[in-house]
Design a protein around this ligand. Structure first.
Ligand SMILES: [Zn+2]
Length: 520
């Protein structure tokens, strides 16, 4: 009689509910393992199971619990399972986990295969058993794929619904909120209100796209916008290029009209042609603030080379000719700037009002800086919280060797970093406000001079302070000027006694206070 106690655990797994009903369930596996242990004189001290979780070995909580368990033990632990396919159906995973378990003093024992023997024939058997399990798994995937292919060809979308849609009874429907926002983005894009993905990214519409998973705004990246603007599911058509499936009429209706969709595709195409490079805002300070009077596209800034090899700056309507045939497409930058300065001269505040205006500037500044510091405080608290959480997760990260936990922690830490970065970006530069105040008087008495002396960032601030909307350019002229409210009130010849109360409540738009207009 063997007096040394041998201890072990039992691991069982089913990959589907069907297996349970077909008599290959957890209980029958467990009984087989228990009998096996008895014959080998092994005391069973614990058992672990994974139920109805298919696929990836890394996603099995039972397996990971078991590894944690043997890791904490001293000495040898036998791990008993019914056959290798219960343990892993993936060759790479199998040998990975086997090596890991051995490191912690574990020995794999299969009821149906001899795995631990050093005998070469047994090693071959082990390899064949693992390969066979792997083979059936792959075949199974292929069978499922071919069934799915047929379903897709029949017009059913089988994957995650896109943003703005939900699956109900296996049919896609537009959701209540996001689909409306997406429609608005399509319409605006078709009209040329956006030039770049960037400008959509920062639009107020993009911020209204809420993920149903966590009820928070989506993290909108350029790739996200691109998918949004090219997704044919929105017009009731299925494309699945991975399986060579294209232009299948779906069983669901879209919520974007086809002609709108194709208009957007056309614009995206012309965007890709990109005949004109993009030049920095320092050279074209009105970029983003002026638009084509005919098609409402924001004008781009560029240089052309003349016959004399000199570079000439101009603003340009870059819509293709079939969308906008305005002439000329290119307008010399300096013509626009001269006109703009004329406009600013008209925005000079007369002397009588200036005395009052000085007070108003101070009020608006104070209001603004209070506002800013409260944003700052609020964000700093959040950043501190996130930093704390990050530290805690990093500590866990250093201590664990569990691969699925490592993966999850890595993901979380990355996500925390992204959140911190986003919050830091929102942080406002107080400099802007201080400079705003310093320039305040000049800005009001001589806005044209203030603008000419300012850097590109300050130029934007001045623009937003004086004008409420983008300026439209037609026939090389700026038309439709709408001054902002402080100007409408202060600009008048008469003393604005009636408007003063209202004025106190108006904050000059700065680079960090949300603007009414979409940024460039
Ligand atoms: Zn145009």
């Amino acid at each position: 009689m063997n007096t040394i106690t041998r201890e072990g655990v039992i691991y069982t797994r089913v990959s589907s509910l069907k297996q349970i009903t077909e008599g290959n369930g957890l209980d029958s596996q467990y009984t087989a393992c228990l009998n096996f242990a008895k014959n080998k004189n092994i005391d069973i001290i614990n058992s672990f199971k994974d139920g109805a979780i298919s696929g990836n070995t890394f996603e099995r909580p039972g397996l990971h619990q078991m590894i944690d368990f043997i890791k904490k033990r001293k000495g040898e632990t036998f791990i008993i399972f019914d056959d290798v396919s219960r343990f892993s159906r993936n060759i790479e995973d199998y040998y990975f986990f086997k090596a890991k378990i051995r490191r912690y003093g574990g020995e794999l024992l299969s009821v149906k295969e001899d795995l631990e023997s050093k005998n070469p024939i047994n090693r071959l058997h082990e390899g064949i058993a693992v390969s066979t399990a792997d083979y059936y798994r792959a075949m199974n995937t292929a069978r499922v794929n071919s069934r799915m292919r047929e379903r897709i060809r029949a017009g059913y979308w089988l994957f995650r619904p896109p943003v703005g849609m939900i699956l109900r009874n296996k049919i896609l429907y537009p959701d209540k909120a996001n689909s409306l926002v997406i429609k608005k983005i399509y319409e605006d894009y078709a009209l040329g209100r956006y030039i770049t993905y960037e400008s959509i990214k920062y639009s107020k519409e993009a911020k209204q796209l809420i993920s149903p998973k966590n009820n928070r705004p989506y993290r909108v990246q350029s790739e996200f916008i691109k998918k949004l603007l090219t997704n044919k599911l929105y017009i009731g058509v299925i494309d699945y290029p991975k399986w060579d499936i294209e232009n299948i009429n779906a069983t669901h209706d879209g919520f974007i009209a086809r002609d709108l969709f194709f208009k957007v595709q056309e614009r995206l195409q012309s965007k890709r042609r990109k005949k004109y490079g993009v030049v920095g805002i320092e050279h074209f300070p009105l970029k983003g603030d002026i638009e084509c009077g005919s098609c409402s596209t924001k004008l781009l800034g560029n240089y052309s080379t003349g016959r004399d090899k000199k570079k000439y700056p101009y603003y340009r309507c870059d819509s293709s000719r079939d969308i906008c045939d305005i002439k000329p497409k290119n307008i010399p930058r300096d013509i626009i700037h001269d006109e703009f300065i004329e406009l600013l001269k008209k925005a000079r505040i007369n002397k009588d009002v200036l005395k009052l205006a000085d007070k108003i500037m101070e009020d608006t500044f104070n209001k603004n800086s209070n506002h800013l510091s409260s944003i700052k405080n609020h964000n700093q608290i959040k950043i501190d919280e996130l930093a704390k959480r990050k530290k805690a997760q990093l500590e866990k990260f250093i201590q664990t060797s569990n691969p699925s936990l490592i993966k999850a922690l890595e993901k979380e830490i990355e996500s925390i970093d992204r959140q911190i970065k986003a919050l830091e970006q929102v942080q406002c530069s107080e400099d802007d406000v201080i400079r705003f105040k310093l320039q305040g008087k000049t800005l009001l008495s001589h806005p044209d001079k203030a603008w000419q002396q300012a850097d590109s960032n300050m130029k934007k601030i001045i623009f937003n302070f004086i004008f409420e909307e983008n300026l439209k350019v037609i026939d090389e002229e700026i038309g439709n000027t709408k001054y902002s409210l402080p100007y409408r009130v202060m600009g008048g010849k008469t003393s604005p006694s009636g408007g003063l109360v209202e004025l106190g409540g108006i904050e000059p738009p700065t680079s960090c206070v949300p603007r009414k207009r979409s940024p460039s």
